[in-house]
Design a protein around this ligand. Sequence first.
Ligand SMILES: Nc1ncnc2c1ncn2[C@@H]1O[C@H](COP(=O)(O)OP(=O)(O)O)[C@@H](O)[C@H]1O
Ligand SMILES: [Mg+2]
Length: 374
Amino acid sequence: MRKPFIYGMSVEGEHFTDREMETKRLQLNFENGVNSILISPRRMGKTSLVKKVKSLSESAALKVVYMDIYKCRTEYEFYEKFASAVIQATSTKMERMIENAKEFLLGVTPRIIYNPEPTTEFSLSLGVNPRANDPEEILDLPEKIARKRGIQIVVCIDEFQQIGEMPDSLTIQKTIRSVWQHHQHTSYCLFGSKQHLMSNLFYSRKMPFYQFGDMFFLRKIPTDKWVPFIISRFEVAGSKISTEWAEKICTTVENYSAYVQQLAWNVLTATETEVTEQTFHDGLEATLAQVAPLFVEQTTNLSSYQLNLIRAICSGYHNDFGKREVTGKFNLGTRSNLPKLKKALIDREFLDETESGLFLSDPLFSIWFKQNMM
Ligand SMILES: Nc1ncnc2c1ncn2[C@@H]1O[C@H](COP(=O)(O)OP(=O)(O)O)[C@@H](O)[C@H]1O
Ligand SMILES: [Mg+2]
């Protein structure tokens, strides 16, 4: 039997819950050629949602290309990934991939590479390079194929925030936007985490991708959707959990998708027949033990002022860090240093800034920090 709870990779089928509204919205966008931009913190469910919509909307007339550009560090690494993903997804047979590459791209040397990883049997290497290939030529590839085949193409790019991290990023963004905005038969679904990076790309009027498409934040899956899911997954595993304990799993990790499944799995593992206070506690401890090494590593490089700001937030302060009440308890350095201090922790994704102030982004980090660093 497969694990009843899965975390750490995208999920589908019986492991996927909720998202009806977002599925519908994205599917409509895909089918009507509307560009989409999807943003959320890590491990909230973007990849799972896009893959689901891909499988729902694909047909003979509509091809959906999915690529993850997390590992692309430079402009041409991105073009290589982009072109090979488009060719692979639009070639009906493996043998046709090489021909298609040669038909649509000049000066490339396509090769099929067999991967040792079991998830993907092979990949296509094109050798896209600045001497032979203009960015415009590469970026036009899906549109050319779509026109030639009389189909519609949706190109989905996961971890799109990487574009903002590349050398000469602004020029790259301008180039991409200038080509894609003319596409009639191809639309784009751009999604990623690292909210501040994604926001930089799409929020500002000055940026090339401003108003590029229908932009939305993936909200958390609400408790009333999680509870029946958790209860039924426990049943599948021959175990039992009450509504109250299922709710407790959600609230403990503030409904963060991957953490709900991880904590549920650990509670299930700790439970023989039915969840109790003790088995819930054991499951939570096991979960904290799994994430602790990462948190230790993440905090070793923080300055003492940064650690103190986190301590202040863990003690219930979210605003007015310059107030005497706060500075008296926590040494945060000079008042003029505060904005820099906040920004550093927001950029490194420890903190989120909301209308009601600064909060820790990761609910398990918050529990761990209170237990170990206060
Ligand atoms: N719709 C969903 N239903 C149930 N669990 C989900 C759902 N979406 C995400 N998850 C949980 O979150 C984890 C990460 O999902 P993923 O799609 O990879 O997120 P992201 O792409 O935002 O990082 C999954 O392994 C699963 O545990
Ligand atoms: Mg993802």
